[in-house]
Ligand binder design. Structure first.
Ligand SMILES: NC(=O)c1ccc[n+]([C@@H]2O[C@H](COP(=O)([O-])OP(=O)(O)OC[C@H]3O[C@@H](n4cnc5c(N)ncnc54)[C@H](OP(=O)(O)O)[C@@H]3O)[C@@H](O)[C@H]2O)c1
Length: 300
């Protein structure tokens, strides 16, 4: 069984690689940065350098591959997913496992990019599984600066809930699906164990780090200004404001038992993720550090 992992230097892809290694596999990875890949995984993987926009490089990387883990980001998702699916079909890949999003059916921008990517893959008739996770717990790292410097979390999500999921759970499900070649033709909605309001998440961080924190609800307009201050293009800013509004309206609060069904253990609780990352939320923000949210981490 030969698996090709894209996005292998990122949050989820790197953990998919580690899962496969722990299960005795030697995965092939497709990365832009060869040195970064070697520093992460040493000689334990076969590295193919290339860009997800380059069909020829993808086709080379997919030769003899049985299963592909496909991770694309941003507005290019539909076009890049199609490029990868064409390469997979050409190479005779038997299973394409795409990291999609739980937001795929809610008419939200990022969800729509994934919806179109999924449609391109279906249209090419490559055997697929779509992993549709909820918001990653790792998004909460974006709160670190305001927690450290002010003890405040500001959000336009109101009382809306989200069942944040640990990246390790998404990666473990991906590895299981890749290796079993199961769940073909299925879309798997993956969530953490409980849907929490952002005020409840703030309270849990407060408990673990032992520091009083305030949750401050803000308007869409304030959220827009806060996000735009990171230098984000307006389409990206609007995508996030709409996502937070959808959370506030209770449209993204789904909780599923899919992680537990596939992994035969409950999904990791938020308290564990906070404990693993507690050092990020403690201490004083250093002078000169940006007080705005690192935008690549924000997704809700
Ligand atoms: N955050 C959330 O709450 C959430 C929820 C649901 C779904 N999602 C989806 O999850 C995905 C993001 O996953 P992640 O957090 O693991 O991403 P990430 O940490 O940002 O990593 C992205 C990976 O893709 C690689 N990459 C980017 N552009 C590339 C290109 N043109 N060619 C080759 N490789 C490229 C990056 O390589 P470099 O190291 O070279 O940059 C990196 O390895 C997105 O599809 C997002 O919509 C996110």
């Amino acid at each position: 069984m030969l698996c090709l992992i894209t996005g292998a230097t990122g949050e989820i892809g790197s953990k998919v690689v580690e899962n496969l290694l722990a299960r005795g596999q030697r995965p092939r990875i497709f990365v832009r940065d060869f040195e970064k890949a070697r520093s992460l995984f040493g000689e334990r993987v076969d590295v193919f350098a290339g860009n997800l926009a380059d069909p020829a490089a993808l086709r080379r990387a997919m030769e003899e591959v049985d299963s592909l883990f496909l991770l694309n980001s941003g507005p290019e998702i539909p076009a890049r997913d199609e490029i990868a699916a064409i390469a997979a079909k050409h190479a005779g890949v038997k299973h394409l496992v795409k990291l999609s999003s739980l937001d795929v059916q809610h008419g939200l921008a990022i969800g729509t990019w994934h919806e179109h990517g999924e449609a391109a893959i279906r249209a090419l008739d490559v055997p697929f599984t779509f992993l549709r996770p909820s918001g990653f717990m790792s998004n909460l790292l974006a709160w670190a600066q305001s927690i450290k410097s002010e003890g405040i979390v500001r959000s336009s999500t109101g009382d809306g809930r989200r069942a944040f999921i640990h990246s390790g759970d998404i990666a473990a499900v991906a590895a299981e699906v890749l290796l079993s070649r199961g769940h073909v033709g299925e879309s798997l909605f993956l969530t953490g164990p409980e849907a929490l309001s952002f005020a409840e998440v703030t309270a849990k961080i407060s408990t673990v780090i032992g520091k009083p924190l305030i949750f401050q609800p803000i308007s869409d307009e304030e959220a827009r200004k806060q996000y735009a201050a990171t230098g984000a293009p307006s389409a990206e800013t609007e995508a996030h404001v709409a996502l937070w509004r959808a959370i506030r309206e209770g449209r993204l609060a789904m909780v599923t038992d899919t992680v537990e069904t596939i992994l035969r253990r409950p999904p990791v609780a938020l308290e564990q993720w906070i404990a693993e990352n507690a050092s990020t939320f403690v201490g004083i923000a250093e002078a000169g550090q940006s007080e705005t949210t690192p935008r690549e981490l924000v997704s809700g």
